[in-house]
Design a protein around this ligand. Structure first.
Ligand SMILES: [Zn+2]
Length: 474
């Protein structure tokens, strides 16, 4: 069976001749044409097609359009739109099924990688943006409802955040794209990638450069990204493919985030921490309980809410450990002095670093008592990690400290990195002279609960390097 769809009014008679040749000469060469499954499409009506003897009577002659290699071939937006709606419907059905997993971590992974808009990439690439608008609005509405369910459940606070969660991970979102966003560059990328092939096949007849749909798409893209027409040429020696166009598009969105979304100082600080390397890596982890990579639903939702600045408590709550007032964002809970968790977090980092030193063959001791006295003759705390012969041959006392940008009044400057530098300055004032006077060096390994690291915390990177040099894989 051979199924073919021809389309071009100029070639009606040529197609008729070709069809007759295939029908007469084909069988002897093993080519059998199934006429009832063959369709011929004309973008504009040609009366010659109805003349007797031109085409077999039982051949398909659709008037609105045809599907070719999974894509719509039609000049009618309605035809393309129906096809897109049908595919969006199937993707939404799949998303509904995913909700039954009751596992937010897995659901987000699936949404980002294979069950969300990525299932529609092919459709978006082959369909002009003007034909996807209603389907995109329908899809995006359902996607945002789903994301709302994942991030806040039935609680409030998703209003402003919905603009952020649909951005890429590198731009501070969850990496779950909407159809409206991806529709801005998918079709263009497809035109750029296939223009050489189309020019070769169609010669001068219908190259995408001259197509109205392409012109509209490039105009919208340039407008959104603030580019001039000369910035984008489909005939570039190295065509801008989908990823490059996406980087430009989201780069523009990133630049405008503070103004477009009216973020508060706190929201902006959170967003700055969300776009640095690694803090959002937990979203990429495949949930495997045995490797301690699975996060339970409540914990996962709490982390997301905190990172996106969604209030977690009502106004009049108190801390169950110290009875102090608990603000709506739960900052106090993360650094309450009466709670065991900040201490556990500190010890976990210290133990991991000490372990890394051991595996890298670096001589170090944790909780090293050095017998130093403070100015008022009380004993100073032991060094968290004492690294032997490390800096200029000296032993270095490493102090580990975890900070939060939202802790005390002294660190109320919410600018990124301020909390860490303030904590380091405080530690150096307290311990640096003491250590130097006894012949030791002093270092502060500071980390923020939001994922930022102090400069000296790069010590861990050096250890890691030594570790790999010595052939240790952990
Ligand atoms: Zn407390």
């Amino acid at each position: 069976m051979v199924s073919r769809r021809w389309y071009h009014r100029m070639y009606t008679m040529e197609v008729s001749k070709a069809l007759k040749i295939i029908q007469s000469d084909g069988p002897s060469r093993g080519l059998h044409l199934n006429v009832t499954k063959t369709k011929i499409f004309w973008p504009s009506f040609d009366p010659r097609r109805e003349a007797a003897g031109v085409f077999p009577p039982n051949i398909g002659k659709p008037s609105a359009g045809v599907k070719l290699l999974g894509g719509p071939v039609s000049l009618g937006l309605q035809y393309c739109s129906v096809m897109v709606h049908s595919r969006v419907g199937k993707t939404l059905q799949l998303m509904d099924k995913m909700k039954q997993l009751q596992d937010l971590q897995s659901e987000l992974l699936l949404l980002r990688n294979c069950s969300g808009v990525s299932r529609l990439y092919f459709t978006l690439r082959i369909t002009t943006p003007s034909a996807i608008q209603t389907a995109a609005a329908h899809f995006d509405k359902h996607l945002l409802q789903y994301l709302r369910q994942i991030v806040v459940g039935d609680e409030a606070g998703f209003g402003l955040i919905q603009h952020l969660v649909t951005l890429p991970l590198k731009v501070g979102g969850l990496g779950i794209h909407t159809m409206s966003n991806t529709g801005q560059f998918c079709f263009l990328a497809s035109c750029a990638q296939t223009q050489h092939l189309q020019t070769t096949i169609l010669k001068q007849l219908s190259v995408p450069v001259s197509s109205l749909m392409y012109q509209q798409a490039v105009q919208t893209y340039n407008q959104v990204c603030g580019l001039s027409d000369t910035n984008f040429s489909i005939n570039d020696a190295a065509p801008r493919y989908m990823k490059s166009l996406a980087v430009i598009y989201f780069g523009v969105v990133k630049e405008k985030i503070a103004t477009d979304f009216s973020l508060s100082d706190r929201d902006l600080t959170l967003w700055h921490y969300n776009i640095i390397s690694h803090p959002m890596d937990f979203l990429k982890a495949i949930p495997i309980s045995g490797l301690n990579q699975a996060i339970v639903l409540k914990q996962f939702r709490s982390v997301l809410s905190y990172r996106f600045g969604i209030p977690l408590f009502g106004k009049d709550n108190t801390c169950s450990s110290c009875n102090r007032h608990m603000e709506v964002f739960r900052d106090h809970a993360l650094h309450c002095a009466s709670d065991i968790r900040p201490k556990l977090r500190h010890n976990l980092v210290r133990n991991v670093l000490a372990d890394m030193c051991y595996k890298a063959g670096v001589a170090a001791r944790k909780e090293a008592v050095l017998g130093f006295l403070s100015d008022n003759a009380t004993s100073l705390r032991p060094a968290d990690i004492l690294v032997y012969t490390w800096e200029d041959g000296k032993d270095v006392c490493m102090d580990i400290i975890g900070v939060s940008p939202f802790t005390s009044a002294s660190t109320r400057d919410l600018s990124s990195g301020h909390a860490i530098s303030a904590a380091i300055a405080c530690k150096r004032t307290k311990y640096l002279d003491k250590c130097l006077s006894h012949g030791y060096s002093f270092g502060v390994l500071a980390f923020s609960i939001m994922g930022a690291l102090g400069e000296q915390t790069l010590f861990s990177a050096e250890i890691k390097k030594l570790s790999s040099q010595s052939g240790c894989k952990s």
